[in-house]
Design a protein around this ligand. Sequence first.
Ligand code: SF4
Ligand code: FES
Length: 224
Amino acid sequence: MSAAQGRPVRRRFSADTTIDDLKAYMEPFAGSLGYKFNTEEWFVDEVLASEIGILDATGDVYCPCRMRTGNPKEDVAIVCPCIPFHNVQFAAMRKCWCGLFILNDVEDGADLLGVIEEPEKGAEVEVPVCRVEDMPAGSVRHVKVGKRDIALARVGDEFYALSNVCLHAFGPLSGGVLDGHTVVCPWHGWRYDVRTGTTDHPGADVKTYPVVVRDGLVLVVTTV
Ligand code: SF4
Ligand code: FES
């Protein structure tokens, strides 16, 4: 049936999309965020088969374990892999809601099947945000950690995380340039030390977050 006959339009996938196609599409993206497919291959195949059914019915690979609202702007947060939208909860649970993806360092995904433990409020969590190799020295980029907008900076081999919002007029610090350990706001040039979040302007320091580098991944430490 064509779109003109009322069938949903597939935005990214052809009509004969297979489980292997979905694996090839999702694996590198999830890998860049510190996740891998569950080690239980039968389970991965079951979830992806469900997603293909949902793709046929709706036009996209919405999550099999979440309710769609019908509002595309809201539902984009449950298109698979939805890791960037829920990275704090998933890092705390060590898996995505469905268990299709688990953190790279989880050895046995069977341990996490069916267990949905929403993290305790206030718990500290290390949230993977990118691979070391994806961020050259001297660069700064925007990362989203839960609802927080963070500027992630690399100086030499060290990584630093600070609020992305300049307190002069709310410019995006991730759009600025690095001068040693200083990030220069792209809008009017206020300068912030990426190690401390301090600036020369009184009362305008920004929050910083600890950063851990492990197994080739950069993880920002925050609370749920
Ligand atoms: S919870 Fe897991 S299976 Fe569901 S959309 Fe997110 S990543 Fe995909
Ligand atoms: S908004 Fe950053 S310097 Fe003005």
